[in-house]
Design a protein around this ligand. Structure first.
Ligand code: AHR
Length: 500
């Protein structure tokens, strides 16, 4: 029998709404024919697609990271500001694609401003350094009267953008990264760049690069070394993780949320070890600024023999199944269960590239299966994350050992009492769950679920839309408990209320 126990007095921490972020990289068709396509029937006067904007709003994205990703590590941001007709294309070495520089810093930041999205910018610490990072920050946030701020004003933007969140490079531990560094080299550079950036604008928050995945040989020592240089300067350490079903190992894939949880716990332990050594009261939080399901077998950064491509090639356009959507939901459960330490999350990426939103050039935009769990969680998860006690069976997996058959996260809004409960059933059978809420009244009003058995072909808009969310199985209120039913291999978002 499975039981879930909740009580409003047992809280993890406030949900930072920045955890519902996404990511726009100059990669494949994420920017061109993704968010930006002048001439498209729905494009606004700036060339941004209205249909994509509408879906981004429905998805509930709060923040967008930009411009990469691997792309940022050889990016020259100055080439993509000023009059568009004067901008020259450049060869992006990360994806071996000719970048036309039609969208740059101003276009992106103004798009965020128009659409109410918080921008998260990354600086190039691969081929560039302290001076260029500070110049970009001054260009974005500086007041009139200095070189770079005045360049922004000359380019037509008087008011500083006030960008708060800055990534100090991207995946600098990865040998595929242009300008890859060891932990000491990167730690020193990040500390100096961060110091200079906070002298330029003390109101910003900085993210140091953590490991590109828990599988990196340097994982653990990378975090400790980098933070030994940057602890007092940065606010967050990044985490990146992608999961896929390999060799038909469905159980391990369904257990990905547990692997992600262990990854979080290890990064927190590494950060806190440095804090302890420094006798510091400061707590480094996590920017989980790339996470998703990604069939990496289809393409891995670092392939060097790819032909040079132009005109927004189709790269990493993974098509998702119902099973992928269940795993995405379960990864969100992990993010919410660590609300005390995870400040930022970015579903990588927003459009076309391993994305919840797909587009046809000059055609439609539509939702992939992974759109639905993100949208439900972004809509419902507000207020305080609760400590959720789950008592359930375990499932044996090849990759992660025994994992819980059921995982859950919950939030309650202290103002309204609105309750959200997100539950994954990783098992192949329907589960009956007794929801206990001792000493407080609670109710579940309904829910929406994504199901792994919604497989089907998924290459087109029609197929993707046919496998949308379904109503949760009926809920039975009892005397001091509520009985929930979970479909086999499913993720369900329940909503209701709790007395506070
Ligand atoms: O999101 C796709 C790529 O994955 C990013 O460019 C990089 O940071 C990671 O390896």
């Amino acid at each position: 029998m499975t039981t879930i126990t909740l009580h409003p007095d047992f809280r993890i921490g406030s949900v930072d709404r920045r955890v519902f972020g996404s990511f726009v990289e100059h990669l494949g068709r994420c920017v061109y024919t993704g968010v930006y396509e002048p001439g498209h029937a729905t494009a606004d006067e700036h060339g941004f697609r209205g249909d994509v904007v509408a879906l981004t709003k429905e998805l509930g994205v709060t923040l967008v990271r930009y411009p990469g990703g691997n792309f940022v590590s050889n990016y020259v941001w100055e080439d993509a500001v000023g009059p568009v007709e004067d901008r020259k294309p450049f060869l992006d070495l990360a994806w071996r694609t000719v970048e036309p520089n039609l969208v740059g810093t101003d276009e992106f930041l103004q798009y965020c401003e128009r659409e109410g999205l918080e921008p998260m910018m990354a600086v190039n610490l691969g081929t560039r350094g302290v001076a260029e990072a500070v110049a970009l920050l001054e260009y974005c946030n500086g007041e009139a009267g200095t070189k770079w701020a005045d360049m922004r004003i000359a380019n037509g933007r008087e008011k500083p953008y006030g960008v708060k969140l800055w990534c100090l490079g991207n995946e600098m531990d990865g040998p595929w990264q242009i300008g890859h560094k060891d932990a000491h080299e990167y730690g020193k550079l990040a500390a100096e760049a961060g110091k200079a950036m906070k002298l330029t604008d003390p109101s910003i928050e900085l993210v140091a690069c953590g490991s590109s995945s828990m599988q990196m040989d340097t994982f653990g020592s990378w975090e400790r070394t980098v933070l030994s240089y940057t602890y007092d300067i940065v606010d967050h350490i990044s985490m990146h993780a992608y999961y896929e079903e390999l060799d038909g190992d469905r159980a391990s894939f369904l257990g990905s949320g547990t692997a992600m949880e262990r990854f979080v716990e290890r990064v927190v332990a590494s950060a806190d070890a440095i804090g302890a050594e420094k006798r510091s009261d400061k707590r480094i939080t996590i920017s989980f600024d790339e996470w998703n399901v990604w069939y990496l077998v289809s393409r891995f950064p670092g392939e060097t023999n790819l032909p040079i491509q132009r005109d927004a090639p189709r790269i990493i356009e993974d098509r998702y199944s119902g099973l992928d959507a269940v795993v995405v939901g379960d990864l969100i459960v992990t993010l919410l269960r660590h609300a005390d330490r995870i400040a930022i999350g970015c579903l990588a990426q927003l459009v076309n590239v391993i994305a919840p939103i797909m587009t046809d050039p000059d055609g439609a935009a539509w939702r992939q299966t992974t759109f639905h769990p993100f949208a439900a969680a972004a809509r419902l998860a507000t207020g305080e994350a609760l400590q959720v006690k789950v008592d359930c069976d375990t499932i044996a997996t090849e990759k992660h050992g025994d994992v819980p058959a059921v995982t859950a996260a919950a939030t309650v809004d202290p103002e309204s009492g609105a309750l959200a409960l997100f539950v994954t059933n990783r098992s192949a059978t329907e589960q009956t769950v007794t929801l206990r809420h001792p000493g407080v009244s609670a109710r579940i009003e309904g829910g929406t679920a994504v199901l792994a058995d919604h497989e089907g072909p998924r290459e087109t808009q029609e197929h993707a839309e046919a496998y949308g969310p379904v109503d949760a199985l009926p809920v039975e209120p009892g005397d001091g408990t509520i009985t929930l039913r979970l479909a086999p291999e499913s993720w369900t978002a329940f909503h209701g209320a709790m007395e506070l």
